[in-house]
Every structure is written in C-alpha cells, then in structure tokens.
Design a protein around this ligand. Sequence first.
Ligand code: KIV
Length: 270
Amino acid sequence: MKDQARRLAAPDIAARKGGVPVVCLTAYTAPMAQILDAHCDVLLVGDSVGMVLHGMPNTVGVTLEMMILHAQAVMRGSKRAMVVVDMPFGSYEGSPEQAYAAACRVMKETGAQGIKVESGPTVPATIAYLTQRGIPVMGHVGLRPQAALMEGAFKAKGRTVDERERVLAEARASEQAGAFAIVIEGVAEALAREITQAVAIPTIGIGASPACDGQVLVAEDMLGLFDWAPRFVRRYADLKADIDRAAGQYAADVRARQFPGEAETYFGKS
Ligand code: KIV
C-alpha cells in the first residue's frame, strides 16, 4: 500500500507540461523495470514487446494476455514510475465498450496506472468513454505501428499538408477527449512543435525531435541489443556485443573445463 502511494500517476505526468521533460522508456520484464524505475517517470509496457522479445514482424499479433503478463512483471519490478500499458491491436478499435472491457482487465489484473491507444478516426470517442469511467489514457499520434499492414511499412508522418493537418487534429481530439498525455511518433520537428504548442497536455516524442515535452525510446534499442535501430535512436550501451562476448567466454570456459571452478562448486561436508 505504501509503495503504491509513492507511484507517479496521470495527474503528475499531466502537470509536467512545459516543465522538466518527461522521461519514458519501454519495459517488459521485472528485472528491467527494476533497473529503469529509478530513472524514468513513465515505464511503457509497449506492444513493441511482440517484436523486441517475441520476434514478431510487427505488433499486430500481440494479444491482450501478453500485455497483461508483461505488465504484471513490470509492476512487480517497479515502485515509483507510472506504468502505462499499450492496448494491443484488436482489443479497442471495435467500440468504446470493447475498449472498456479490455482496459478494465488491464487495470484490474496488472494494477497499472494507465493505458495507451494508437490514434484513428474512432479513437477520440473511445478515449472519452474510458476517461469518463476512470481509466487514464495516453494517446499516440503520428506513425502508428499497429497500422503497419495498411501502410506496408513503418513510415514517418506529416510529409504532406493533409497528413500534417490530420495528425494535428488527432492530437487535439485526443486532448479534448481527456487523454493525460500524447506520444508523438515519427514526425518532423515543425509538426511536433506545432502539436506541442497546440495542446495543454505533455507530448512525449519518439523520433519526433526535442520540441516535445518528454521523450520515449524502446529500451533495448537505446541499450544496443540489436544490429539495427531507427536513426532517431541514440545508443547508450552496446548490450549485443557484451552478451556476445560473455556467452563466447562462457562457452570457451565450459569446453576447457575452466567453469565451474572451485569458487562455483559445492563441496559436501565429509
Ligand atoms: O510499443 C511501443 O513501444 C510504443 C513506443 C514506441 C511509443 O508504442
């Protein structure tokens, strides 16, 4: 109970508009959440988990059960950060009622402080329906990974005037519907700045320039777990090389009978 009271929640994040930037990273597991918790305001249990941990080609195959399982682990591993859980493809687009039933499962079964939905024509009504019923919602505009199959690829947004107006309108609609913050993904600086100035809630950018009120990255991208990462990612570690080196050393030690050694061996009392 005490730990719960110290956690950041939607009003704390909403109050950061124009202030100290909101720090957000994705987390999918308890040990990673434990490490990131001290540094982040928001831990996002992103549906990117499907691609990052499960090797899926996109996020379309991610299920509600997967999101709940990973969110439970992140909640167990963290104490302070607000935990926001992505609603996966197919769990909220059908109707506000469908979204409410799925979001209630997430909130009750994980104890997370909020959910995130990707934008679309029907989504503002859903955000309004959920927030009016006590579920904090983070919006997500610009590049929408769940639309990858409609668009054929992950494409940056806002290249045409029509597209820029649509993204701006979606951000405004998310705010008016009651979202406490909005992720802006894959848009140019000018559009990110325009959105950030147009809405009174924090914008959290990913590939959306420093003009946003905060930043989010997929933790494994910035930790260097993969050979490839999008251009907007800055690598703060080289985890792939570290793991490769460690596994190679372990294999060599086992083959040379150098592991386990005396320090790693139990000797029974005689
Ligand atoms: O699923 C995810 O990790 C996300 C971030 C990229 C914002 O939605």
